[in-house]
Design a protein around this ligand. Structure first.
Ligand SMILES: *[C@@H]1O[C@H](CO)[C@@H](O)[C@H](O)[C@H]1NC(C)=O
Ligand SMILES: *[C@@H]1O[C@H](CO)[C@@H](O)[C@H](O)[C@H]1NC(C)=O
Ligand SMILES: *[C@@H]1O[C@H](CO)[C@@H](O)[C@H](O)[C@H]1NC(C)=O
Ligand SMILES: *[C@@H]1O[C@H](CO)[C@@H](O)[C@H](O)[C@H]1NC(C)=O
Ligand SMILES: *[C@@H]1O[C@H](CO)[C@@H](O)[C@H](O)[C@H]1NC(C)=O
Ligand SMILES: *[C@@H]1O[C@H](CO)[C@@H](O)[C@H](O)[C@H]1NC(C)=O
Ligand SMILES: *[C@@H]1O[C@H](CO)[C@@H](O)[C@H](O)[C@H]1NC(C)=O
Length: 891
């Protein structure tokens, strides 16, 4: 949940963001133009239908009961008297009306939508079903008036809304957390326009308080200029000694025109001359927003602000310019500062860095570790709350690094995208040291001290369970144990247990309760306020208990009378003592235990445990496990390694404590393998005959094998090594491509390059992962010819592992989404529909919110629109050879 006392801490924090309003001026617009536009206004009368049940994050799957009646677009408010709902007396609900007074200006209209259902006995439901009972869904129908005589383009900000319709235009994604990064650009014909808003009440974003209320808002601004540059989107490094402390910045540009726009270049306008800071042509589709990266390395002598000019061209017309400026923040080399760097996907991200103290005794050539601080939900890393978290720890001999995770929700709860941001931030510290000619202590690269609060406490568990060999210590404050344990998954549509199991498997890498074996030997400290009503102390108590059962006694401080957050949470005496113990080495465990286990979720984020690295699981249907017994054999260290569900593993020799094995015995084999330096680069593979073999050569890493960044579930698609390449197969799919790009930017801060199907081959050659959207037979054939899902003229055929073919007849409303392999560990996500309805359904499952649990492939039909995952005719996983796994659900 959003962290802090106020459920809406995000709001509180963003108001304090402290950026000075940046100036934007458009050369293309005369003052007259504004006068020629008629105003727009929301009407104050709205019709509401609800409440219906919805499970935690289930809305991603559709699961909209109104679809059973043909969908909100076909419903006339007040007409049908009753709809069924399990939440209300008599099991029915009907339309009612509400009044929400809009606030209008000459060029904008906004309305706050606050909806509750006082007739429901929420308290009783909560007594039985907990927080799940405080989540619900419904629809609001309202109208917006365009007083002009012509079509007007508006920019719509749907705060805390996941799904809506504007006339015939469907929007999925919206802006569930109210980031306002990627608004929707829509055309409003003159007169009355219909707006339908799907209300989703979510405890993690809206709180666990009674009575449950949905708070959302809509703001529509007239789009008066073809290109918009949002000052809120500026990412600029701090200035230290007259220079930027890191060389990258970024700003988001939005195309508000009807045609494509190309951003040609950006220049910094300095006192005497201009410097080109971005020169790669960037194409934006109509309504698309993209972050534009600027290189600031060569700029010196900074004042309060820096001025830029952006050159663009609109379709056939010549080039135009727009100017903007960025306020600058000056600081010193030893202070907390904002550093920028590239996320692996090629977008500029930032983190806050506080160098270690140089005052007492630190030898010039000494190195100190990084204390990595993972923030909670709704917290901006450069906001005042995060900036002051370590004020009381000024003497701590560590680099304190607070990554952003690229959104105040760290995008995906610090899991894949957010984790990649953490890795990139860590790699920036040595670069900063070099660029700043820093004369103080250096940075220890091998291990980090991880700490986090709330969502970041959960992120700390994720980091430590997945990267145990890299953790110097882990301090989890008010952390939750897993998404499912936080707000329970009751109230989801009832499904066949295999379907439910598949979704659970897709989330299993984030079930820290199942991964506690991996933490044995890692120094850990837990802290939780006993009165925490946001993340209950149960989470910390549970992990403490499970850790004890795994053989690890962990210090746990449950602070009496404390809530979720208080000033100094991260620097209580017990926390400080733990950091110091880890930093001075007195907490570290010096030897490998005689016996240990390693639990292996299907995840590329999983690193090594005592040097063991898992490359592939035999089946993705369950987790793997490695159990090791160490011994001496003829005075040579030998490990007996037994495995469950492990296909391939190798040993990393460099990172470990002294007593790494020289020999291993795998499974029940009578002979041992040598794992010395001579065999570096080799791996051990369990053949289909159940015999282990050693492979010296890395030739196995080919297109037919699933490995590296391809490991995981459908959300592996976000491990992109460049901007997402979104390919739309026909012109009518372009709006969906724009929506996909908007959602990637909104929820991940990601960039997307949109191309038409005719440029598919080029898109395959670039670095980013590819999203291919299309209907019918327009999807290009798979790069891997043996790929098991093929779209035929009448059937969708799925080849099972034992080479049987299951065919599903194509029917209206059908769709599907699945991963396909590309070379070099890249992935393609096919988003396919038999028709537009099916395609729109499939596109919902492109990653946005965490916890939805998309497996590697899902086939949807007409009924999944209201039954969600419970009606999906097929879904499951691909194994290490891209074959459909045995436990997949097939007709
Ligand atoms: C799809 O579902 C709708 C109800 O929303 C129903 O009216 C229609 O007949 C269904 N179409 C097919 C092909 O099953
Ligand atoms: C709301 O509905 C009631 C009952 O149908 C009606 O009397 C009232 O005028 C409506 N109010 C608005 C604002 O439409
Ligand atoms: C709005 O919805 C009404 C039916 O409720 C329909 O008659 C009208 O045409 C719609 N307006 C637009 C602009 O689509
Ligand atoms: C910080 O900057 C000052 C001024 O440039 C310099 O004298 C000092 O050596 C720097 N500190 C370190 C630790 O590099
Ligand atoms: C290391 O820090 C711990 C915790 O503050 C302290 O108890 C211990 O004495 C320190 N040890 C050394 C060798 O400095
Ligand atoms: C080891 O166990 C597998 C079954 O797990 C069996 O097929 C194989 O024959 C056994 N090998 C030896 C050497 O016992
Ligand atoms: C984006 O795609 C276009 C083709 O549609 C291509 O020319 C361009 O190089 C791509 N841009 C990037 C940054 O990859």
């Amino acid at each position: 949940m959003r962290h802090g006392h106020c459920w809406n801490l995000l709001l509180c924090v963003t108001l304090h963001l402290g950026y000075v309003a940046a100036g934007i001026s458009q050369g293309v617009l005369s003052a007259d133009d504004t006068l020629h536009h008629g105003p727009i206004a929301f009407l104050s009368s709205w019709d509401v239908l609800g409440p219906f049940r919805v499970g935690t994050r289930e809305a991603v799957w559709g699961a909209d009961p109104i679809e059973f009646h043909g969908g909100i677009q076909s419903l006339i408010s007040n007409e049908e008297p009753l709809y069924h709902s399990p939440l209300t007396r008599g099991a029915n609900v009907h339309w009612s009306n509400r009044t929400f007074i809009p606030i209008d200006t000459k060029t904008s209209t906004s309305v706050e939508l606050v909806v509750d259902f006082p007739e429901v006995d929420w308290q009783f439901a909560q007594n039985v079903y907990g927080w799940s009972a405080l989540q619900f869904q419904g629809w609001l129908k309202g109208r917006i008036w365009n007083a002009d005589t012509g079509v007007q383009k508006v920019v719509l900000y749907p705060d805390n809304i996941l799904e809506l319709w504007v006339n015939e235009h469907h929007v999925f994604g919206g802006d569930f957390y109210g980031f306002q990064r990627a608004p929707v650009v829509v055309d409003l014909p003159p007169g009355l326009n219909n707006i339908s808003v799907r209300l989703i009440r979510d405890v993690r974003s809206m709180g666990g308080t009674l009575p449950p209320v949905v708070r959302a808002s809509l703001r529509a601004d007239l789009a008066l200029v073809p290109i918009d540059i949002s000052p809120q989107s500026l990412v600029m490094p701090d200035v230290v000694g007259g220079r930027f402390c890191s060389p990258l910045g970024s700003i988001t540009v939005r195309n508000q025109a009807d045609s494509w726009i190309e951003v040609r270049q950006v220049s910094a306008v300095l006192a005497e001359h201009s410097v080109v800071v971005a020169s790669d042509a960037i194409r934006l589709g109509p309504g698309q927003s993209r972050p534009v990266k600027v290189s600031l390395g060569s700029i010196e002598g900074m004042q309060e602000a820096i001025h830029f000019e952006l050159q663009y061209s609109l379709a056939a017309s010549g080039s135009s310019q727009v100017a903007f400026s960025a306020p600058l923040h000056h600081t010193t080399n030893s202070s907390l500062q904002k550093i920028t760097f590239l996320h692996p996907s090629g977008v500029v991200s930032y983190a806050m860095l506080r160098p270690p103290p140089t005052t007492h005794g630190a030898a010039k050539d000494s190195v100190v570790p990084v204390l990595l601080m993972l923030h909670g939900a709704g917290v901006e890393a450069d906001g005042s709350l995060a900036r002051h978290m370590f004020d009381a720890a000024h003497a701590l001999p560590a680099w304190i690094l607070t990554p952003s995770g690229m959104t105040p929700w760290s995008s995906d709860d610090w899991h894949i995208w957010g984790f990649a941001d953490v890795e990139a931030a860590l790699l920036t510290v040595p670069k900063w040291i070099q660029d700043a000619a820093w004369a103080g202590p250096g940075v220890m690269a091998e291990k980090v001290l991880v700490a986090g609060h709330s969502n970041g406490g959960q992120g700390t568990w994720f980091f430590a369970t997945h990267q145990p060999d890299r953790v110097l210590g882990a301090a989890a404050a008010s952390g939750y144990s897993s998404i499912e344990n936080y707000v329970p998954y009751a109230f989801w549509d009832e499904a066949d247990p295999l379907r439910t199991g598949i979704l659970q498997t897709a989330r299993s890498s984030f079930r820290h309760e199942l991964l506690t074996d991996n933490l044995v030997g890692v120094p850990i400290f837990q802290q939780h306020g006993s009165e925490d009503d946001n993340v209950p102390a149960y989470h910390s108590r549970l992990l403490n208990t499970l850790l004890a059962e795994a053989g690890q006694l962990v210090d746990y401080s449950e602070t009496p009378g404390r809530g979720h957050w208080f000033t100094g949470t991260m620097t209580t005496p017990a926390m400080l003592d733990f950091y110091l113990g880890c930093l001075n080495g007195s907490s570290s465990v010096s030897s490998i235990p005689a016996q240990f286990s390693f639990v292996v979720p299907n995840s590329h984020e999983l690193g090594s445990k005592y040097g063991i690295v898992i490359d592939q699981l035999t089946t993705p249907d369950r987790m793997g496990r490695v159990t090791v017994t160490t011994s001496m054999h003829d005075s040579i260290p030998r490990w007996h390694v037994t495995t469950e569900n492990i296909r391939r593993l190798h040993f990393e020799t460099a990172t470990q404590l002294g007593d790494t094995p020289w020999e291993v015995v795998l499974g029940n084999m009578s002979d041992s393998f040598d794992v010395g330096v001579a065999t570096k680069g080799s791996s051990f593979v369990k053949l289909e005959t159940n015999v282990w073999a050693q492979e010296i050569a890395p030739e196995w890493t080919n297109i037919g094998q699933r490995y590296g960044r391809q490991r995981g579930s459908l959300d592996s698609i976000v491990r992109s090594a460049g901007p997402f390449e979104i390919v739309y197969c026909s012109e009518k799919d372009l709006p969906l491509a724009i929506q996909t790009s908007r959602n990637f930017l909104q929820y991940f801060g990601a960039d997307s390059n949109i191309s038409h199907r005719s440029r598919y081959e080029d898109a395959l050659k670039r670095e980013g992962n590819v999203i291919t959207l299309g209907t019918g037979a327009s999807i290009p054939p798979p790069y891997l010819p043996s790929f098991p899902i093929q779209i035929g003229a009448e059937w969708l055929s799925l080849k099972t592992k034992d080479s049987n073919t299951v065919s599903i007849p194509l029917t209206p409303g059908m769709g599907g989404i699945w991963l396909r392999p590309l070379p070099e560990q890249r992935l393609e996500l096919v988003v396919w529909g038999y028709d537009e309805v099916g395609l729109r359904q499939a596109a919902r499952l492109i990653p946005t919110l965490t916890g939805a649990g998309q497996p590697d492939f899902v086939v949807l039909n007409n009924e999944t629109r209201w039954k969600g995952h419970s009606a999906a005719p097929a879904m499951g996983f691909f194994d290490y050879e891209w074959r459909i796994s045995p436990a997949s659900f097939l007709p």
